[in-house]
Design a protein around this ligand. Sequence first.
Ligand SMILES: NC(=O)c1ccc[n+]([C@@H]2O[C@H](COP(=O)([O-])OP(=O)(O)OC[C@H]3O[C@@H](n4cnc5c(N)ncnc54)[C@H](O)[C@@H]3O)[C@@H](O)[C@H]2O)c1
Length: 274
Amino acid sequence: MAMTIDMTGKTVLLTGAGRGLGKEMALVLADCGADVFLGNRKEGEGRETVQEIEKMGRRAGFRTCDVAKAEDVERLVQEAVKFGGGTLDVFINAAGVVSTEDLMVIKDDEVKRLFDINVLGTSHAIQSGLRQMMGQRSGNIITVSSIAGRTNMGVLQHYCASKAAVISLTQAGAKAGAPHGVRVNSIAPGIIRTAMWEEILDGMASDWNGREAAKIQSPEEREKNWEEFIQKFIPLGRPQQAEDIAWATAFLASDYAREITGQVLTIDGGTTMV
Ligand SMILES: NC(=O)c1ccc[n+]([C@@H]2O[C@H](COP(=O)([O-])OP(=O)(O)OC[C@H]3O[C@@H](n4cnc5c(N)ncnc54)[C@H](O)[C@@H]3O)[C@@H](O)[C@H]2O)c1
């Protein structure tokens, strides 16, 4: 039988869908037929995604949300449930930030910023998502971790730690949700040239000493650093594209993944194979 991901009639909530991977996930899921509700810290980019989805002839909605704030995430879920006519089928927490400061120079306020968004943000998404979905006895939550959470890369150390915490929280959520018919999984993207990766290339140019230490770099040097990183870390020898991550997410969100919970689906061209 042919396999088609059909999300018609499903309500999907995404955070961090103003740009990058979250946005691509929102577009792909809308293309699969889902009604999509978005939460993003920056209103302008979030509303642009809404307009793109509406142009596709699909329903979309938006609410400003900082995932670091529990009350924002709780309200976002309630709004998404209203938008969905009483049910929330999928909640994808794609909002996240990176810090490029080395283990030995990073200060507590930067660690706190990173952990507030990546770790607390994930915790809020799982808590609010589970509260709703356990009550309705269905649904699935997808966190966004990283290859950085599966292996400490020797750079971006605190980012790696934050994403390892995302994986652990995902497993905790899966255990809590399973008896109530709720799945919780994580998508671990590899290396995709989004705005976040431009920030990482800035960090590389500072030898990981913070943005202000960044050396003047020619565009050619920047591309050389990028290419060297790709060749060094990715066995398939190429970066992933945002749609590679979105396709895997759509699979996890769909009923084809109905027996999958507590797992990390890694899309990285072989970077973290063991
Ligand atoms: N790009 C990669 O190579 C890569 C690799 C592995 C994991 N990831 C993860 O994928 C996710 C998306 O990354 P990206 O590359 O698309 O990043 P990005 O910076 O391009 O986009 C992040 C989005 O999240 C939003 N956001 C940031 N902080 C927020 C907050 N507190 N509340 C709500 N929204 C917030 C931003 O406004 C933006 O729309 C992140 O969790 C990131 O850690 C990315």
